[in-house]
Ligand binder design. Structure first.
Ligand code: AMP
Ligand code: MG
Length: 322
């Protein structure tokens, strides 16, 4: 595969500046983008057939996902107020549930990831999530929906993109059997240790769910399991063949007092989420959903070494990119 990070000469208004531009192989790029386009179409078509409404992405907001790992703030001042480029649309999805029952959005995210994440081959600092949310939905319902979407994508891409997959050297992907296997976070940790995600992903031939993630390992908006305090009603999906995390999702905390309690428990400041809290005070409906990275899904389906191949203008952490 093309793994060319050479500096390329770029001419701008007669001045020469150096920047890193990913050197794509045009034939491979075309094949990958055709597959990606089919993936997005398959998922959007299915969601629409199930009455989900596609909404437009939010780009800037005073509130965005605090995430569970450090990223540099991507802030912009507008009219004297600090706005942030979206790290995810989680809060907007919850707020949307006040008006709409089922939504999805192809949401561009900016996450200024630590530079060492460049090594993983699955991190960009600009990427797109298919973000899905449904009112009164449960984790179980969302797990089923994800399994249907992923198996459909594999089936359809196998059929419609045979030439592209052959060009990319990807053997016909097996359609995983439903339901996918599951393992609880604590059991995975006990069995495989700290690097359990990597190990499970490398060892398995099919996608596998991690469920029941302890509260301290996730964000405050994830819903605590009323039957299992300290654990969340959420899930991550891991791709097989070492491709790592595919998606995260679960039920959301919607009760104002609980949300505040969880923000404080995580050592975060209520004032950082004031706009969200104001709305939560007036009532957020219970909901569940998930976000799946489009570039990572494309990488897995196409069997690519690096995520950069899935984007015409990839943003590699730590590099100056187009
Ligand atoms: P998260 O909210 O962190 O669980 O992210 C949701 C999904 O977005 C992940 O499961 C990945 O598929 C994708 N994702 C997260 N961070 C990145 C990144 N830096 N580059 C590419 N995809 C990402
Ligand atoms: Mg995640």
């Amino acid at each position: 595969m093309t793994e060319n990070y050479e500096k390329c000469l770029y001419t701008y208004l007669g001045r020469h500046i150096y920047m890193h531009m990913y050197q794509h192989d045009a034939k491979r790029l075309e094949a990958i983008l055709r597959v990606q386009s089919e993936i997005k179409k398959t998922m959007a078509d299915y969601l629409k057939s199930k009455d989900f409404i596609e909404i437009s992405p939010v780009i800037l907001s005073p509130i965005t996902d605090p995430l569970n790992h450090p990223t540099a703030p991507a802030d912009i001042k507008c009219y004297g107020k600090t706005y942030r480029l979206m790290q995810s649309m989680i809060f907007h999805k919850q707020i949307a549930m006040r008006y709409l029952e089922k939504i999805f959005v192809f949401s561009p995210n900016i996450r200024i990831e630590p530079v060492n994440r460049r090594k993983t081959g699955r991190h960009l600092f600009e990427f797109t999530q298919l973000d899905v949310e449904a009112r009164e939905a449960t984790r179980e319902g969302m797990i089923k929906l994800c399994e249907t979407l992923i198996t459909r994508v594999i089936k359809i891409v196998n059929n419609k993109c045979r030439d592209e997959l052959t060009l990319l050297g990807r053997k016909k992907l097996q359609v995983p059997k439903k339901p996918f296997k599951r393992i609880k976070y604590d059991d995975a940790y006990t069995k495989y240790g700290k690097e359990f995600e990597t190990k499970i992903s490398q060892k398995n031939k099919h996608p596998i769910w991690i469920t029941d993630i302890p509260l301290q390992h996730r964000e405050f908006y994830d819903r605590e399991d009323p039957k299992k305090p300290g654990y969340l009603r959420d899930m991550d999906l891991l791709y097989p063949e070492g491709y790592g995390e595919a998606l995260s999702g679960g039920e959301r905390e919607y009760q104002y007092e609980k949300i505040k309690e969880h923000i404080k428990k995580k050592g975060q400041r209520l004032s950082d989420f004031q706009e969200y809290l104001q709305i939560a005070k007036h009532g957020l409906p219970p909901s569940a959903g998930f976000g799946i990275g489009i570039e990572r899904l494309t990488r897995f389906i196409c069997g690519l070494k690096r995520i950069e191949e899935t984007s015409l203008f990839p943003k590699t952490p730590g590099k100056t990119c187009l």
